[in-house]
Design a protein around this ligand. Structure first.
Ligand code: ATR
Length: 277
């Protein structure tokens, strides 16, 4: 007879000290009175596979993976969801009873849930989305926007070839715009998303000319330090509906928490406050 086991989960990164996930999952475990623990796991890239194969033997039911392990985790996994495959990276792992590692990517889901709830009147089909940036976050966001039925994505990145590569991969609904031209397409946008690190504390400011923004556009930013970035500030002044980025981080954590600990957590002001503290 196997003894009663307390489920363990954690976030694997290198470094990992900055991660807010332990705080979030710890809060939910306490709030719902669940048995379980969620810990930060600092793992060097060369040890990732060994650690992933070992954790289930130590009582872990799953893990989040963050920088720089997201692509490697997808490679190592035995089973992958379609969205993780499309994005080309994993952020949520489930260690199955049969020993297989199941990899999902909930970043696009987290982005989209935050946007949908923050801007309930925004209709994905209503018009083009301008996406700033072509890195890992952008891949997840583009995937979620395309699957939600956004008719066209105007994609712009400082390094144009990265945007071209995403067009190659994601196809006809993507139009690549030169970084210096980005200000000129804002007017037509139903949605503007910043997926770059620009505007984050410690990073340069997003220097895009924003005077083309009109009040009909929904504007969102994945940067959440500060919560109200210059992009969101200027957009708000232009009368746009704005959605801040902290919710993306919260919503991306929900599918994992539910699978590991058996309870779907609610997103409320309290968790937003805790994550921003
Ligand atoms: P992530 O996985 O968080 O998206 P990433 O893959 O390093 O991280 O992507 C960072 C994004 O921010 C990229 O679009 C990057 O543009 P480049 O592809 O040209 O590097 C963008 N970015 C970062 N610093 C930037 C800067 N100073 N000016 C313009 N874009 C910047």
């Amino acid at each position: 007879m196997s003894a009663h086991k307390i489920p363990l989960a954690g976030v694997i990164g290198y470094p990992v000290a900055h991660s807010k996930s332990p705080r979030m999952h710890g809060h939910w475990l306490k709030k719902y009175g669940l048995e379980g623990h969620y810990v930060p796991l600092e793992v060097k890239p060369e040890n990732l596979e060994t650690v992933l194969r070992t954790l289930p033997k130590a009582g872990f039911v799953g893990a989040n993976v963050t920088v720089p392990h997201k692509e490697a985790a997808l490679e190592i996994a035995d089973v992958t969801t379609d969205r993780a495959t499309l994005i080309g990276a994993a952020n949520t792992l489930i260690f199955r009873e049969d020993g297989k590692i199941h990899a999902d990517n909930t970043d696009g889901y987290g982005f989209f849930e935050n946007l949908r709830r923050g801007a309930p009147d925004w209709d994905p089909a209503s018009g083009p989305a301008v996406v700033l940036g072509a890195g890992g976050a952008s891949r997840a966001i583009i995937t979620s926007l395309l699957s939600a039925g956004v008719p066209e994505i105007l994609l712009t990145n400082r390094t144009r070839i990265r945007a071209d590569a995403l067009k190659q991969e994601f196809g006809a609904r993507i139009t690549v715009i030169d970084w210096v031209q980005a200000g000129n397409v804002l007017e037509d946008a139903a949605l503007v998303v910043n997926t770059t690190s620009l505007g984050m504390v410690g990073s340069p400011e997003l220097r895009l000319p924003l005077d083309g923004l009109s009040a009909k556009t929904v504007v969102t930013d994945i940067v959440y330090t500060p919560l109200k970035t210059r992009l969101l500030q200027v957009a708000e002044e232009a009368g746009c509906h704005v959605v801040d980025g902290i919710g993306m981080l919260i919503y991306q954590g929900i599918p994992g928490f539910e699978r590991w600990f058996g309870q779907r957590p609610e997103v409320d002001e309290e968790i937003r406050r805790i994550m921003l503290a």
